[in-house]
Design a protein around this ligand. Structure first.
Ligand code: 5GP
Length: 191
C-alpha cells in the first residue's frame, strides 16, 4: 500500500532496538481518514476469504481491526493482555512476548466469542518477530476455528516473523514491509 509507505517516510521515527514509532497516525494518535483507507485495503485483500470474524490484540491493533470490521461487515474480537475481573469464565489463553516491553503476557479471549465454525482474519499494527500473531493463531486453533489469513499494517521484514509464518503456510499480508531502517533511511520490500 503506497500510502502506508509514504506515511512511514513522512511521520515515522526510528528508535533504538529496531523500533519504528508511528504514534502520530497509527498508534497513540489515530488519523481517522487514513484508518478508513487501511480498513478498505484489508477488505480488498480478504474480500474472498470467507472470514466471519476479525481477531486482534489490545491495544494498538484495535483501531485497525475496527476499520477493517466496518469495511467487511464483520464483528471484531480483541485478545486482552491480562486476565482481569471483567474477563470471567472460560478463556482461551496463550503467552505472548511483548516486543516493546520484553515481558511475557498471558493473552486471553473469552471462549464464547470464538467458535469452531469461525473463519478468522487476524489483524495487528506491527509484525516483528511474530509472537503476537503466533499467539493469536494459537488461540484460534484452541477454538477449533480456521485462520484465513493475517494482516499487519507494518511488517519489519528484518525481524523475520512474517517470513517464518509464511513458511509455515499462513497467508500474511502486510500493508508495508520495512526491510531495512537505518539513520540513512528506510527501505521497503517490493510487493
Ligand atoms: P511481534 O510479536 O511480531 O514481535 O511484535 C508485534 C507487536 O509488538 C505488535 O503488537 C506491536 O504492538 C509491537 N511492535 C513491534 N514492533 C514495533 C515497532 O517497531 N513499533 C511499535 N510502535 N510497535 C511495535
Amino acid at each position: 500500500m503506497k500510502r502506508m509507505e509514504e506515511m512511514i517516510l513522512k511521520e515515522g521515527k526510528i528508535l533504538p532496538g529496531g523500533v519504528l514509532k508511528v504514534g502520530s497516525f497509527l498508534n497513540q494518535q489515530v488519523d481517522i481518514h487514513f484508518m478508513k483507507e487501511i480498513g478498505d485495503e484489508v477488505a480488498r485483500l480478504y474480500k474472498d476469504s470467507g472470514a466471519t470474524k476479525i481477531l486482534t490484540i489490545e491495544s494498538s491493533g484495535i483501531p485497525i481491526a475496527i476499520s477493517a470490521g466496518f469495511a467487511m461487515g464483520l464483528p471484531v474480537v480483541y485478545a486482552k493482555k491480562n486476565k482481569s475481573s471483567n474477563v470471567s469464565g472460560d478463556v482461551y489463553s496463550t503467552p505472548v512476548k511483548s516486543f516493546t516491553h520484553g515481558n511475557t503476557n498471558n493473552v486471553v479471549v473469552t471462549k464464547e466469542y470464538l467458535s469452531a465454525d469461525d473463519k478468522i482474519l487476524i489483524v495487528d499494527d506491527f509484525l516483528a518477530h511474530g509472537s503476537a500473531l503466533t499467539g493469536l493463531i494459537d488461540i484460534v486453533n484452541q477454538a477449533g476455528a480456521e485462520v484465513v489469513g493475517c494482516v499487519a499494517a507494518i511488517e519489519k521484514g528484518f525481524q523475520m516473523g512474517g517470513d517464518r509464518l509464511r513458511a509455515e503456510g499462513y497467508r500474511i499480508e502486510s500493508l508495508a514491509i520495512v526491510d531495512e531502517m537505518t539513520d540513512d533511511g528506510i527501505t521497503f520490500r517490493e510487493q
